[in-house]
Design a protein around this ligand. Structure first.
Ligand code: ADP
Ligand code: MG
Length: 201
């Protein structure tokens, strides 16, 4: 296994993040956690790329549907359908519209527990219930029920890979090897060096 410090995650600032002028704020949150940006670019994704991106996990539709149904039930509300596949199917269609309406910023962040830390800072899928202090909790107000009643995807500013295996499958869809930087940040010494020698004069 690679050292912890080599874990990578894919982050996409979605069209609403770009349009809300939150690029800097979002990057700041990940940057200040100690993670290292190793690739950043602005692109206008095609529907085909979005389809491939959300097909990396073959169970995506089922999972996303089940999560939505669960969220309705927790609130004592009735989901639009009780079949996760039906809900998941419409989510993918709506995501294609949402994710291709304006440029996005795609990034790779690297460091110990990168996937988990980015998801923690990002917050839960539904901004209505994501924690205060997370990016989604602090900067956006969307909900399953509003998105469903308006027939669109939930606008939640960011995509962040769900686990390290998924990250490694998503990254090549968005970046060529030559776009990914291999370099050392001086701060990595204080984050990862075992003995911390050489600091005192
Ligand atoms: P996350 O982005 O938090 O990992 P998922 O992977 O479950 O969430 O879903 C991918 C994206 O699809 C979400 O970020 C959101 O934009 C959208 N989405 C998920 N569930 C729904 C839903 N029930 N209705 C509309 N959009 C949804
Ligand atoms: Mg996801």
């Amino acid at each position: 296994m690679d050292h912890y410090s080599k874990e990578r995650t894919l982050v996409i600032i979605k069209p609403d993040g770009v349009q809300r002028s939150l690029i800097g704020e979002i990057i700041k949150r990940y940057e200040q956690s100690g993670l290292k940006a190793i690739a950043i670019k602005m692109i206008l994704p095609s529907e085909d790329l979005i389809e491939r991106h959300y097909s990396v996990d073959p169970d995506f539709k089922k999972k996303v549907g089940a999560k939505a149904i669960e969220s309705y039930k927790t609130k004592g509300e009735t989901p639009p359908s009780n079949d996760p596949e039906v809900v998941g199917d419409s989510v993918v269609k709506r995501l294609k519209n949402y994710m291709t309406c304006s440029p996005v910023v795609a990034m790779i962040w690297q460091g110990a527990h990168a996937v988990e830390l980015v998801r923690k800072a990002t917050g839960g899928t539904e901004p209505r219930t994501s924690d205060v202090g997370t990016i989604r909790g602090d900067y956006v107000l969307d909900s399953y029920s509003m998105a469903d009643s308006d027939g669109r995807a939930i606008r939640n500013l960011i995509h962040a890979s769900g686990n390290p295996e998924e990250a490694e499958k998503e990254i090549p869809l968005w970046f060529e090897d030559k776009e990914i930087m291999q370099y050392r940040l001086v701060q990595e010494s204080i984050l990862y060096d075992v003995n911390l020698d050489g600091l005192l004069e």
